[in-house]
Ligand binder design. Structure first.
Ligand SMILES: Nc1ncnc2c1ncn2[C@@H]1O[C@H](COP(=O)(O)OP(=O)(O)OP(=O)(O)O)[C@@H](O)[C@H]1O
Length: 314
C-alpha cells in the first residue's frame, strides 16, 4: 500500500534561552496512521506538539502540511486540525453539550451541521445521557473524553493529542484507546504522545522514540522490536526430575543460552529458527515432564532500554 504523506517536519529545533530542547528533528506523517511519539518526561514531546499545533514558534526548521508550509497557510491549517492538549480545556460551568457547541462553532459549524456534529461527538464520548450535566460534575475520565470530543467534532483531518490518558481510570483509558481506533477507521490521521508502552502497543501504526530532544528510533512495533532483538525466550517449567544436560540443548540449532532456575529452564534462541519441537523432543527423550511452556519476543520496553540505557518510567 502506498502511503500518502500528509505532513513533513524538517530539522525542527527549539531553544529556551540557551537550553536546546529540540535538536533538529525530522519526520513524516502519513494519512490514516496513528503516529505515536514515545519518550520519557522532558524528552521534548510536548514542545514538538506545541510547535506542530502552532501554539509555539520554533527556533528553526520547517513544517509542511500537504505540501504547504503551515506558517504560510496558518488559518487553513488550523481549520483541519484537532487539538487535544495535555491539560483539560473545558468550561466547568457549562454542560457537555454547551461545551461541544462552543468548540465546534469556533470552526465555523452552524445550524444543522453544528447540531449533527454535537450529537455525533456526544455519542463518540459516550456522554449522550449526560449531555445536560455541567462539566464540574464529571469524573476525570469523562472530562478527558469530552475534551477529545470537543477536538474532533468538526471532523479534522489531523488530530494531535498530548498524553490524553494521564491520570485517568482504566475504563476511560480503554474508551479513549477505542475511540482513537474509531477515528482512524473514519480516515483521520492521529499524532499521539505518551510515555505508556501499553498504549503504543495497542494503537500505533508507527512509532517515533524521542530522548533528549532527538529522535533516537523510528519504525513500527515489529521493526523496532526486530531492530534490537533477534532473540526469543522460552520459559519451560519442568516436573522435578533433572536428567537433561544443558550442553545437550546447545546442540539444537538456534539455541544461544540455557539457564536453569529450580524447575524452570530458560532457553534463548534465535528468532526465525523453529526449534521448539526439537527442544521438546529432547526433553521428553531424557524423561523430563513439561508442565508449561511460554515463549516471549523482545518487548518495546526492551527496545527502549537498549536504546537509552534506562527504563521509560523511572
Ligand atoms: N517554556 C519553557 N522554558 C524553559 N524550558 C522549557 C519550557 N518548556 C519546556 N521546557 C524544557 O524543555 C524540555 C522538554 O520539555 P517537554 O515538555 O517538551 O518534554 P515532554 O517530553 O513533553 O515531557 P512530559 O512528558 O513531561 O510532558 C524539558 O527539559 C523542559 O523543562
Amino acid at each position: 500500500m502506498k502511503m500518502e504523506e500528509i505532513m513533513r517536519v524538517s530539522q525542527l529545533s527549539k531553544s529556551f534561552k540557551d537550553k536546546e530542547v529540540l535538536k533538529g528533528i525530522s519526520f513524516q506523517v502519513y494519512r490514516g496512521e496513528v503516529l505515536c511519539i514515545l519518550g520519557p518526561n522532558g524528552a521534548g514531546k510536548s514542545t514538538t506538539i506545541n510547535i506542530l499545533t502552532a501554539v509555539l514558534g520554533s527556533s528553526g526548521g520547517e513544517i509542511s502540511f500537504k505540501g504547504n508550509k503551515i506558517s504560510r497557510r496558518l488559518k487553513d491549517y488550523k481549520q483541519v486540525l484537532g487539538i487535544v492538549p495535555q491539560d483539560i480545556a473545558l468550561y466547568e460551568e457549562l454542560s457537555a453539550e454547551q461545551n461541544l457547541k462552543f468548540f465546534a462553532s469556533l470552526y465555523g459549524l452552524q445550524g444543522k451541521a453544528l447540531l449533527n456534529a454535537v450529537e455525533e461527538a456526544l455519542e463518540f464520548a459516550g456522554l449522550t445521557d449526560r449531555r445536560n450535566d455541567k462539566v464540574k460534575t464529571f469524573s476525570g475520565g469523562m472530562k478527558r473524553r469530552l475534551n477529545i470530543a470537543c477536538a474532533i467534532a468538526h471532523h479534522p483531518e489531523l488530530v494531535i493529542m498530548d498524553e490524553p490518558t494521564v491520570g485517568i481510570d482504566p475504563q476511560s483509558r480503554n474508551h479513549i484507546l477505542d475511540s482513537i481506533r474509531k477515528l482512524q477507521a473514519n480516515g483521520m490521521t492521529v499524532i499521539y504522545t505518551t510515555h505508556y508502552m501499553e498504549e503504543v502497543e495497542a494503537i500505533s501504526s508507527r512509532i517515533i522514540i524521542m530522548d533528549h530532544g532527538s529522535i533516537i528510533a523510528e519504525g513500527t512495533k515489529e521493526t523496532l522490536k526486530e531492530s534490537i532483538g533477534n532473540e526469543k525466550c522460552y520459559t519451560i517449567e519442568l516436573e522435578e526430575s533433572r536428567n537433561v544436560k544443558e550442553e545437550e540443548l546447545f546442540s539444537i540449532e538456534g539455541v544461544k543460552s540455557v539457564k536453569v532456575k529450580g524447575d524452570i529452564l530458560e532457553v534463548t534462541s534465535i528468532k526465525g529458527i523453529e526449534n521448539l519441537d526439537r527442544i521438546i523432543a529432547l526433553l521428553s527423550d531424557r524423561g523430563e515432564k513439561i508442565r508449561n511452556i511460554a515463549s516471549e519476543a523482545a518487548s518495546l520496553e526492551t527496545v527502549f532500554l537498549k536504546l537509552t540505557g534506562r527504563k521509560l518510567r523511572d
